[in-house]
Ligand binder design. Structure first.
Ligand code: ADP
Ligand code: ASP
Ligand code: MG
Length: 412
């Protein structure tokens, strides 16, 4: 029988009632003739609670134990979903990541899926089981330790299962009815897109649109998995939601497809480092080793052989970054006067494949921000995106005015 992957995010399984509602959706697809792999998240708020426990217990925690703790939320929902389906007379059972096993790298808290053996689940389908409920977000490393895939990782579990099982489609059920031109919580003018290109979705996700985890989009693109984002609350039709698909499958699109933002940024400046060959390697090598995800980088012009180096990283990695830099300074690898952390910044980005063939998009973005009196601290660009770092208090204003200026509420 054809296989379908259905993923339910935290809000879609937040209560027993919602689990029942989700299970009914699964029942519809079973009746449609699919063997279904259901990927579940933890009940909404659970993962945050678990992360909080870990942070409070050990601020610079051992990531292996972080994974042992934070992966557990998904186990509860997997069991409850299987029980709910059984109550509806749908033959179902649950799997935790290690039981499949979902084999991952050992990069704890941010592991990548390497392999998903299909035999186990396929054999159960052959025996008449109709639904395999799999705990999302978690896997098993070569060292036999539980791993997690980074926040939002259940999306990636879902797409990886869809690829491994050659599923007809991967449906991501969430609390919005599709991918919008920007987060609908920030402007009511946000417009739902019927389709969005993989490349654009990849950029939006990596720049902060958490509707899909970046890695899930990467996998869908690589393995050509038809990926759909839709609401677990609305009645569904075949045309519901947003299809994430190849660029060629989209007839018309705006030059700017969407605006993304991320609140969780910090700007770090190393004051007065020696401007010499190898200085960037000496700074960013230790940061990488410490697991700091550096995003934007600017090096100032130098004066008398010394310069300032600014970079941005996720706000929850500031301590790690400080520690890594202090260590490098103590060992004599680098020398700096001071390390200043600005934790009141946000990143706002515009994304669109139309930018490849249209000049002036970045200039227009800067003019819009100027007109709103928003100061830009750092800029980065690529072929299909422009990102700026600004004061966090202007983030919503920037998103709304860019959304207006690029007329995203109107379809092309
Ligand atoms: P789930 O728990 O189902 O995985 P998430 O909270 O991870 O759900 O992702 C859904 C949320 O993503 C929405 O509630 C919305 O606020 C946010 N979001 C951010 N950017 C977008 C966007 N461009 N389109 C739709 N939703 C977005
Ligand atoms: N529960 C995990 C998280 O909140 C994984 C997920 O929901 O995708 O990040
Ligand atoms: Mg999510």
């Amino acid at each position: 029988m054809p296989v379908l992957v259905m993923k339910f995010g935290g809000t879609s399984v937040a209560t027993l009632d919602r689990i029942r509602r989700a299970a009914k959706r699964v029942g519809v697809e079973v009746a449609n003739g699919y063997d279904v792999i259901v990927i579940v998240s933890a009940m909404s708020g659970e993962t945050n609670k678990l992360v909080g426990f870990v942070d409070e217990t050990s601020p610079l925690y051992d990531a292996r134990e972080y994974d042992a703790v934070v992966s557990s939320g998904e186990n509860v929902t997997a069991g409850l979903m299987a029980l709910t389906l059984q109550e509806m007379d749908v033959p179902a059972r649950s799997w935790q990541g290690w039981q499949v096993p979902v084999k991952t790298t050992s990069a704890h808290a941010n592991a990548r899926i390497e392999e998903i053996p299909t035999e186990n689940i396929t054999a159960k389908f052959a025996e008449g089981m109709r639904v395999a409920v799999v705990a999302g977000f978690q896997g098993l490393s070569d060292e036999n330790r539980i791993t997690t895939l980074g926040r939002g990782g259940s999306d990636t579990t879902a797409v990886a299962f869809a690829a491994a099982f050659g599923a007809d489609r991967c449906d991501i059920y969430t609390d919005v009815d599709g991918v919008y031109t920007t987060d609908p919580r920030v402007t009511s003018k946000a417009r739902k897109l019927d389709r969005i290109a993989f490349e654009e979705m990849l950029e939006l996700a990596s720049l902060g649109a958490k509707v899909l985890q970046t890695r899930s989009v990467e996998l869908a693109m690589r393995y050509k998995v038809p990926l759909r984002v839709l609401s677990s609350f609305d009645e569904q039709t075949d045309e519901a939601g947003t299809l994430v698909c190849a660029e060629e499958e989209i007839m018309e699109s705006n030059i700017v497809a969407g605006v993304a933002f991320s609140r969780d940024e910090a700007k770090m400046t190393l004051i007065s480092v020696a401007d010499r060959p190898g200085i960037a390697a000496a700074i960013f090598g230790p940061l990488a080793e410490a697991g700091v995800n550096v995003d934007m980088i600017v090096q100032n012009i130098s004066e008398e052989g010394r310069t300032d180096m600014t970079f941005s990283c996720p706000i929850n990695q500031v301590k790690r970054a400080q520690q890594a830099m202090d260590k490098a300074k103590a060992s004599g690898e680098i020398n700096f006067h001071d390390l200043v952390a600005d934790e009141n910044v946000a990143k706002v980005s515009i994304v669109g494949i139309g930018m490849r063939s249209h000049a002036g998009v970045a200039a227009k973005m800067f003019a819009v921000l100027r007109d709103e009196g928003v100061n830009i601290k750092v800029i980065t660009t690529s072929e299909i995106k422009v990102s700026v770092l600004i004061d966090r208090k202007y983030m919503e204003l920037a998103v709304q005015s860019l959304h207006d200026a690029f007329e995203l509420e109107k379809a092309a």
